[in-house]
Design a protein around this ligand. Structure first.
Ligand SMILES: CC(C)(COP(=O)(O)OP(=O)(O)OC[C@H]1O[C@@H](n2cnc3c(N)ncnc32)[C@H](O)[C@@H]1OP(=O)(O)O)[C@@H](O)C(=O)NCCC(=O)NCCS
Length: 335
């Protein structure tokens, strides 16, 4: 399909062209996100194939009309499990090709895909003060929610401080024990983990029209295929309620095969009926010495939370996380 002066084509994420899309993405990341964790090709490709939540992703590339240059492209997630009313788009234009209307052409194309799939909303994320946010505003998108991206610099972490927090949390969390594993959820815990991943869905998302994710054991397993494909290591800590045997809380952390010194925080959740026992602090404080022992080359951890999720932000600040930037989720009716 030729859109204005851009040839837009869908690509199989396993095809060679994806390498060129990665080059555009990496060039943009250097300009747009110089202080955040760099993305490796393996992770980039893995995400296009597997998505983050088991939902299908489409990848579209935008070429110059003689197909000699890749100008940019976008990924579009059309959720199949939850949120059937929206598509999540991530457009990117090579830094040397910007302000020529390519971003708008890609967004119009994505809008048409969302409309054709019977959905009514296009959603996207952009960092405060960035070209991406100016772009969202220019398209008339509504700023619907704010997230904080926080970073923990492990060199600044005082082990005695963490040990103190851990002792304080253990005291408040009598009757719970901590279990941990690396990689796939062990078979015996699969039924207990799915409700914990669902429990994260009552974390605040402000005005964003985002329905909570419902996780089944099958969905947990489907998403784990990306771990094998990308050889990422996932560290999981759960808090078990001893009297009932129920898994009451969970926190997960990811370390990529090529991690550039960064670990990424995954889900953290506590079942509603087990909140108020400092399980969040217990699990996150327990993760840090374990990470240090397992991954001595990791120097920073990055995490993202809704600005209105004061409980999680408080736990993170206690552990020493500092604000890197604020992200806006924006949404636009596709008409
Ligand atoms: C956002 C992005 C895709 C825009 O690509 P682009 O090709 O430069 O966009 P366009 O030329 O179509 O710009 C459309 C309008 O957006 C606004 N805009 C785009 N970049 C802007 C900037 N740096 N400052 C101010 N306004 C900007 C302008 O109103 C522009 O219209 P104008 O040039 O006629 O004034 C590009 O900057 C990018 O790849 N950013 C990194 C990825 C990202 O943030 N993606 C999330 C976006 S939802």
């Amino acid at each position: 399909m030729l859109c204005g002066f851009m040839l837009i084509e869908r690509v199989d994420p396993r095809a060679d062209d994806v390498r060129q899309f990665f080059d555009v993405y990496a060039a943009a990341q250097k300009v747009d996100d110089p202080h955040g964790p760099p993305t490796s090709y393996t992770d980039f490709r893995g995400r296009l194939i597997w998505g983050d939540t088991g939902d299908p992703m489409q990848t579209w590339l935008g070429w110059s009309d003689d197909r000699s240059r890749l100008l940019g492209g976008y990924t579009l997630m059309l959720p199949k499990y939850d949120n059937p009313h929206l598509g999540w788009v991530e457009p990117v234009v090579h830094p040397e090709e910007r302000r020529r209307g390519h971003g708008r052409t890609l967004a119009d194309h994505a809008r048409a895909q969302v409309r054709e799939s019977g959905r009514r909303l296009l959603a996207a994320g952009a960092v405060e003060g960035s070209p991406g946010l100016a772009f969202c505003d220019a398209l008339g998108a509504e700023r619907a929610s704010i997230e904080h991206r926080n970073v923990l610099d492990l060199a600044d972490v005082d082990e005695a401080h963490i040990a103190g927090l851990l002792a304080e949390a253990r005291e408040a969390a009598g009757g719970y024990s901590v279990l941990s594993w690396i990689g796939e959820v062990p078979k015996e815990h699969l039924d207990g983990v799915a409700p914990l991943l669902t429990a994260i869905s009552d974390a605040p998302v402000d005005q964003l029209e985002w329905q909570g994710e419902a996780w089944s054991p099958e969905r947990v397993r489907a998403v784990e295929k990306s771990l094998t494909d990308t050889r990422a290591r996932r560290y999981t800590i759960v808090a078990r309620h001893d009297a009932s045997g129920v898994l009451a809380g969970l926190t997960q952390l990811y370390v990529s095969e090529e991690h550039y010194g960064w670990a990424g925080q995954g889900h953290t959740a506590v079942l509603p009926e087990h909140r108020g026992h400092r399980l969040g602090l217990l699990m996150k404080a327990a993760m840090l010495p374990w990470l240090r022992e397992q991954e001595p080359d990791v120097r920073r951890v990055v995490t993202t939370n809704a600005e209105s999720n004061s409980y999680m932000l408080r736990v993170n600040h206690l552990l020493g996380y500092r604000l890197l930037d604020r992200w806006f989720s924006c949404q636009l009716e596709v008409g």
